[in-house]
Design a protein around this ligand. Structure first.
Ligand SMILES: O=C(O)C(=O)C[C@]1(C(=O)O)C=C[C@@H](O)C=C1
Length: 102
């Protein structure tokens, strides 16, 4: 396993909520819609970066999938969000690398 901070390591920093206190449903929904748009943009960037990494590894003769790295990623999501975090991590990985069997 890579040393903390080394390439390949997974950040485990705890994220603290910075959500403001809202005074109406419409305000809250507006903020949620903004967050969802940011999440989609982040996921699009993540998918593109993941695809480039997979291609670089394959050019070097390696496998497209790296299970040890995925396990560290899943663990970081579990640390932060519990069992639902694991589900999200698996969905993110499926979005970014397709089905694991490919
Ligand atoms: O970090 C890598 O080595 C990647 O290829 C990226 C990524 C990911 O999307 O997080 C995708 C496929 C690998 O199995 C592991 C992780």
């Amino acid at each position: 396993m890579p040393a903390p901070g080394a390439p390949g390591d997974v950040a485990h920093a705890r994220v603290v909520s910075t959500a403001p206190t809202i005074s109406s449903i419409a305000e809250g929904r507006g903020l949620i819609d903004d967050i969802d748009a940011q999440l989609r943009a982040l996921l699009t960037n993540r998918r593109d970066l993941s695809s480039q990494i997979q291609s670089l590894r394959q050019v070097e003769g390696g496998p497209r999938i790296e299970h040890a790295r995925e396990n560290r990623i899943i663990a970081s999501w579990a640390d932060e969000l519990g069992p639902r975090g694991v589900e999200i991590a698996l969905a993110v990985l499926t979005l970014c690398r397709g089905a694991a069997s490919q």
